[in-house]
Design a protein around this ligand. Structure first.
Ligand code: GAL
Length: 677
């Protein structure tokens, strides 16, 4: 039976993927094992979406096939991440409980026929989910193949309808206490929305014109809490059987915002993520860094699980395109994930199904079989990961898997509030703002974590807040305390213009932070999409301008267009031992890099490696007592880099310089005396 250490520490990086043997005759399982051994697979995720194979009728469990799969894996030294199948209730469930089917914002009750056809607020669904989780835990908690629980799959279903309305009212009663408080928080006097009974309150389904923004924001908070409660219930079930088995749930990054990642992370032992970059070339590589930095940050700086990536470069449902990755790209991107803290790499999926909704989704073993470039690259990747086994050691006590001195604020409610309709500009979206800042740092060769305002910021020199419309007094205070104690903070236009309930702060836009920034924002000047702005220092900008009055801050660059010519666009001000910076427009990529470069300089933050930046990615990963410097060349030209240490990829010692071709990589076990930047 595996010991606690088995769960906490693997002697190798994990490698494998979602495995669905229930979709295949058992002869194929033998072939799967042969190919898994060939590829050095050591982990499979079993049971995601297999509810109808486990429980074909209510209360009638069929574990025979799963017993055989678990045993087969144990016999072959392959660990199992066992999923609860609750993301796909079977037809018997929805037939018996039509009230538990999801209802769209337009009031349409969906029918069975895909996956995720459940309403997280429906008591019948919650009970059935707990029952099937319990049945699995009873049977497999002590199975020697079990390595981790994978609860549900990508929480994210949002539903409206009567079941939701009831749960939403209870949530609001908890939050507001009484109807007067709710009416005031939502300012329901506007458009005659005053509620006189709780039963009148509905989740914000489609309505005639603009919905109440405060109501919508509360509904998003409620939906996120609901998903957290679903997760919490299942965590309780599996932990009650064997608490040492680590528990995860996979986050879909970065595009899903139906839950608060920080809250979900607090419920589980380890964060795992599904990551599908959707742009070819270097932009896709930047996305890999972005997803990895989020995953590591959600897991409090500890190594995190890459639960799903794909062997194709892009699988984009929205665009309907599956793009082949160029040769070598799969390995190169996987090294990026490793550099930034992944415990290995798992894929969706081991083998493509012959039929079913995702029958052309890329797998590790494609339809054409073993004799394929995909499988050859998988075998090569498995061999490479085996060679990198020492990276699997946990960082020393108190050490993060990578260090960063810069943090970007990631905040679910900031995203939800930026999605509010009827803001002064349609270009105030959260994700593009955050991505542009992360991308600029990546290009400058500076690694970053993500944080919440309110978390401990003391390890950082610089905190960036690219999009944060709704901000509470406590959040504003946390940022002030960070700056006063010597930190540098950068805020962008519109931040803190409302409180946490989307009630505008009077006296100055950007009100929560105006005092800290030493400015008063008097008037917004949103720009038409085609309008290009140029600041006095030559910076190119667009989208937004505003009238900023200096109240102690100094202007760093001014607008040059009428009627704002000569008025401040970018400011800075000393506060206590630190500095508060403000950017009152949307800087285009190069100008953003230039301003961040200036601010990094002021904050005393250098590059993570002298050669880093402009497509040369340099990240130090801690494992055991060692540090490992990853150098990855994303650029079109060969580069010569300083390289001292033992390269794990080629098993050679380097002591001087090395040439990295485009797509080239080094993983240097650094000599003990190399100091970090
Ligand atoms: C993930 C999901 C998988 C599969 C994959 C396709 O989001 O967890 O089940 O659908 O996407 O890319």
């Amino acid at each position: 039976m595996p010991s606690i250490e088995t769960f906490r520490q693997t002697p190798h990086l994990v490698f494998g993927g979602d495995y669905n043997p229930e979709q295949w005759p058992e002869e194929v399982w033998e072939e799967d094992i042969r190919l898994m051994r060939k590829a050095r697979v050591n982990r499979v995720t079993v049971g995601v979406f297999s509810w109808s194979s486990i429980e074909p009728r209510e209360g009638e469990y069929r574990f025979g096939w799963l017993d055989r799969v678990m045993d087969l894996m144990a016999e072959n030294g392959i660990g199992v991440i066992l999923a609860t199948p609750t993301a796909s209730p079977p037809p018997w469930f929805t037939a018996a409980h039509p009230e538990a089917l999801p209802v769209t914002a337009n009031g349409v009750r969906l029918v069975h026929g895909s996956r995720d056809t459940y309403n997280p607020a429906a008591p019948a669904y919650r009970e059935a989910a707990k029952r099937v989780a319990e049945a699995l835990a009873v049977r497999y908690a002590f199975h020697p193949a079990l390595r981790m629980w994978h609860l549900h799959n990508e929480y994210g279903t949002v539903s409206y309808g009567p079941e939701t309305d009831r749960a939403f009212r209870t949530w609001l009663q908890d939050k507001c206490g009484n109807l007067d408080a709710l009416n005031s928080t939502w300012n329901t006097a506007f458009w005659s929305q005053g509620y006189s009974e709780w039963d009148q309150i509905l989740a914000p389904q489609a309505t005639q014109y603009l919905p109440n923004p405060s109501q919508v924001l509360d509904f998003k908070r409620f939906s996120a809490d609901l998903l957290r409660d679903c997760l919490r219930e299942q965590v309780g079930v599996v932990r009650s059987h064997r608490p040492e088995v680590p528990v995860t749930t996979n986050f879909m990054l970065p595009s899903w915002n139906h839950y608060d990642q920080w809250d979900l992370a607090a419920e589980i032992d380890d964060v795992s993520v599904d990551h599908y970059p959707d742009t070819p070339g270097i932009e896709g590589d930047v996305q890999v860094a972005f997803g990895s930095d989020l995953a590591r940050s959600f897991n409090a700086g500890r190594p995190w699980v890459l639960m799903e990536q794909a062997t194709t470069m892009v699988y984009d449902y929205a665009q309907g395109r599956i793009l082949a990755r160029p040769p070598g790209a799969l390995k190169f991107n996987t090294l990026q994930y490793l550099a930034r803290g992944a415990t290995g790499s798992l894929f969706f999926q081991w083998r493509s199904p012959r039929a079913g909704a995702e029958f052309f989704h890329s797998p590790m073993v494609p339809h054409v079989g073993e004799d394929s470039r995909t499988f050859r690259e998988i075998v090569e990747l498995g061999t490479t990961l085996e060679r990198l086994a020492e990276l699997a050691e946990a960082p020393a006590e108190g050490q993060r898997v990578t260090d960063a001195r810069v943090a970007i604020v990631w905040d679910a409610a900031a995203w939800w509030s930026a999605d509010t309709r009827a803001l002064p500009s349609n270009d105030l979206a959260f994700l593009p703002a955050v991505r542009s800042v992360h991308r600029a740092l990546w290009r400058l060769g500076v690694n970053a974590d993500f944080v919440q305002l309110g978390a401990d910021l003391s390890r950082y020199r610089l905190v960036l807040v690219p999009s944060k419309l709704a901000a509470s007094d406590a959040e504003a205070e946390a940022l002030r305390a960070f700056v006063t104690a010597g930190g540098h903070a950068v805020l962008w236009y519109f931040a803190g213009s409302t409180d946490e309930n989307l009630n505008v702060r009077p006296g100055s836009f950007t009100g929560a932070f105006a005092d800290l920034l030493g400015i008063r924002v008097e008037e917004h000047h949103p720009q038409l999409a085609a309008t290009a702005l140029t600041l006095s220092d030559g910076s190119a900008a667009d989208c937004w301008a505003e009238t900023i009055e200096l109240k102690g801050a100094q202007s760093v660059a001014e607008f040059t267009h009428d009627p704002l010519a000569g008025s401040p666009a970018v400011t800075r001000t000393a506060v206590g031992d630190g500095t508060a910076h403000y950017i009152g427009t949307r800087l285009q990529a190069e100008a953003l890099e230039a301003h961040l470069h200036r601010i990094l300089g002021e904050a005393g933050v250098g590059k993570d490696h002298p050669a880093a930046g402009n497509g040369l990615e340099a990240v130090r990963r801690h494992a055991g007592a060692g540090t490992y410097l990853f150098l990855l060349n994303h650029g079109p030209d060969a580069v010569v880099v300083e390289a001292r240490g033992h390269d794990l990829l080629t098993d050679t010692d380097l002591d001087g310089t090395a040439t990295l071709d485009p797509g080239g990589a080094l993983i240097l076990r650094e000599p003990a005396n190399i100091t970090e930047h």
